[in-house]
Design a protein around this ligand. Structure first.
Ligand code: TYD
Length: 242
């Protein structure tokens, strides 16, 4: 029954948005490697689709043919050491393509875009992890992302020791090798985590921290509550303007 009312509410939201030619909603999920982000994204997307939304799921770096080629360079251990600035520039090159080909067109069609990582990853990984600082990352961001900023960012937070153990377990199960970022030590991931927590403090309205050391179902419930609240606010603002 609850699902029925939820879907009525959501259908109304979609109709309102499309009628008003209002852009869709941009949701990003972030966190250090091994927080269970992919599982949570699958659950969230299922929920949104069950509620009648048109959802575009995508990821960074990647999400487009050119972006996936850039991703391969960025993640392969065979790439070796990259200058941090080169790494940052490649992330933003992939992002520019992703915005042009996927994100902006989907938002313009009134869809909900759910991205597995976006610009906060560059702040956390390159700004804090690689110690490039936030000013340089923000400069790229102004040029590439401009006003296309997430409406809601969910940061899955986990102790880096626990997260790395999970990520390594996943590699063993898949018999895959560690990528360039997963091969970084604990201290790197501690800096990245500190970066994400700093982002959450500086943008409390948009960036929400969810503890990832809970059961999968509990994490999913927390995420859905945040997303549903954000959708409700979005609807209200559309109505106000209408
Ligand atoms: P991926 O395997 O997609 O990570 P996940 O474990 O979340 O599935 O690899 C993406 C890696 O790229 C991840 O370690 C984070 C890193 N990254 C950055 O360093 N900067 C960025 O801007 C983005 C988008 C990702």
């Amino acid at each position: 029954m609850q699902g029925f009312f939820a879907s009525l509410r959501m259908t109304a939201l979609t109709t309102t948005r499309l009628n008003m030619k209002h852009p869709g909603l941009f949701i990003t999920l972030e966190g250090i490697d091994g927080t269970g982000k992919s599982t949570q994204i699958r659950g969230l997307v299922r929920h949104l689709r069950e509620c009648g939304h048109r959802v575009r799921v995508t990821r960074e770096p990647g999400g487009t043919p050119a972006g996936e080629r850039i991703r391969a360079i960025l993640l392969a251990t065979s790439t070796g050491k990259l200058a941090p600035q080169a790494e940052l520039a490649l992330m933003y090159a992939a992002r520019a393509q992703h915005l042009a080909e996927v994100v902006r067109p989907a938002l313009a069609r009134g869809e909900i875009v759910v991205s597995d990582r976006y610009n906060d990853a560059s702040l956390a990984y390159q700004g804090y992890g690689r110690k490039l600082g936030t000013a340089g990352v923000r400069a790229f961001d102004r040029i590439v992302c401009g006003r296309t900023q997430p409406d809601l960012t969910i940061i899955l937070d986990l102790d880096p020791g626990q997260a790395l153990a999970r990520a390594q377990g996943r590699e063993t199960r898949r018999k895959s090798r560690r990528g360039r970022f997963e091969a970084q030590g604990l201290e790197f991931h501690q800096r990245v985590r500190a970066g994400y927590l700093a982002i959450a403090r500086s943008a409390p309205g948009r960036a929400k921290v969810v503890r990832a050391d809970q059961a999968v179902g509990e994490v999913q419930t927390a995420i859905r509550e945040l997303v549903d609240e954000c959708l409700a606010r979005h609807l209200k603002s559309i109505r106000k303007r209408g």
